[in-house]
Design a protein around this ligand. Structure first.
Ligand code: PMP
Length: 280
């Protein structure tokens, strides 16, 4: 497996990370995960734009969009992976440990690819989720490397026999530990607005586009945990988890406990988009 770090393409297992990399001390950087289906990128431009926007938001300067795109393509081409996920991160730079931004350091890019099968089983059957307080910072729209809260939140799910933790701020559902959350009530789709309290997922945006194009009513509006418990359907979205139905929350079944019709419809539309990609 060939990966990229700080100007070099190297064998992944032999990669040497610089000890002064601010990603290492501070999680001082931003990242993206891009999907590869059948050897091709899915929504590459959207991910690249969001990476640039995240960098801008945390004042990581001197990042070139063209360079990012070139590295993404190069890593994909140097590895024979059909269905995969390409991870790319940009740290603020390499310098002795000090909180303030280092003078004259350049952003450090790391990229690696792994095989990632589509999650057919869970998309078919649904998963269990648990809810908990969202105690993250107030810049959740930045795809920050600093994921300690998200890691803690995910582990809460694991230790409670669930697949994902759905977070709420003052009772209003924000998002999952690494996913965006939707509910369906009386045929209308609801999801938290894309403000500073959530990451505006690329999959979230794709689902909203599909809803728009197919006359599925939707509202980007906060809803509460009790609203969600009474919803007909709940699902979450992400680059790797696609559209995953949630059939049980905090031990109680959602709707009649089976995967709902609107979820199925969106899964099928999303699937069509992926299949179209293959024929281009
Ligand atoms: N929210 C959070 C906190 C995430 O980490 C992710 C995935 N990295 C998402 C939502 C989903 O975003 P996307 O659809 O772009 O993968």
């Amino acid at each position: 497996r060939i990966s990229y770090y700080n100007g070099e393409y190297v064998n992944h297992d032999e990669m040497r990370i610089k000890s002064g990399d601010r990603a290492f001390y501070f999680g001082d950087g931003v990242y993206e995960v891009v999907r590869i289906y059948d050897g091709r990128f899915f929504t590459l431009d959207e991910h690249t734009d969001r990476l640039m926007a995240s960098a801008e938001e945390v004042m990581i300067r001197g990042l070139e969009r063209d360079e990012i795109v070139e590295i993404l393509h190069e890593v994909r081409e140097r590895n024979a992976i059909t269905d995969g996920a390409l991870y790319i991160q940009v740290s603020r730079g390499i310098a002795p440990r000090d909180h303030s931004f280092p003078d004259g350091s350049k952003p450090v890019i790391y990229a690696s690819i792994r095989e990632a099968k589509r999650p057919h089983g869970q998309m078919e059957e649904g998963v269990r989720a648990v809810t908990t307080e969202d105690y993250r910072w107030l810049k959740c729209h930045v795809k920050s490397l600093n994921l300690l809260a998200n890691v803690m939140e995910k582990q809460y799910a694991v230790e409670n026999g669930a697949k994902e933790t759905i977070m709420h701020r003052d009772g209003v559902v924000t998002e999952g530990s690494s996913t965006n959350v939707f509910m369906v009530r009386n045929g209308t789709l609801f999801t938290h607005p894309a403000d500073n309290l959530i990451l505006n997922g690329i999959t979230r945006q794709e689902v909203l586009k599909l809803a728009e194009a197919n006359e599925i009513p939707f509202r980007e509006e906060g809803f509460t945990v009790p609203d969600m418990s009474e919803a007909d359907e709940v699902f979450y979205t992400s680059t790797t988890q696609e559209i995953t139905p949630v059939t049980n929350i905090d031990g109680r079944q959602v709707g009649d406990g089976s995967v709902g019709g609107t979820t199925r419809k969106l899964q099928s539309l999303f699937n069509k988009k992926i299949t179209q990609l293959k024929s281009v």
